[in-house]
Write a protein that binds this ligand. Sequence first.
Ligand SMILES: [Zn+2]
Length: 113
Amino acid sequence: MHEMSLMESVIDIACETAREHGAARVKSIRLDVGVLSHVDPSALLFCHEAVRHGTIAGEATLEINRIPGEGWCLDCGKTVALQERFGACPDCGRHRVQMTSGDELKIRDLEVI
Ligand SMILES: [Zn+2]
């Protein structure tokens, strides 16, 4: 389950950032998780529960912000909604769509106290 190592890194970064800012604890973490990334939000929440213990993020809440899939269709020359990684363009039906959003996994912001 790669969500476990992902959450370990997120908690590491959160704790490090809190310390850099002279904060005692991490209060909340907000993540941007693209719908096209191969990351399961419920697994992330489960792993968050497991890895936060014993750190200064031990009480931190986790909020997951889902980012919709988007791509650039080379044939239509515009941004279109993308339902799957190598999905077809909803307008022209061709597969020359470059994913521009929906693949991310990053920390949007942190609250430290
Ligand atoms: Zn198209």
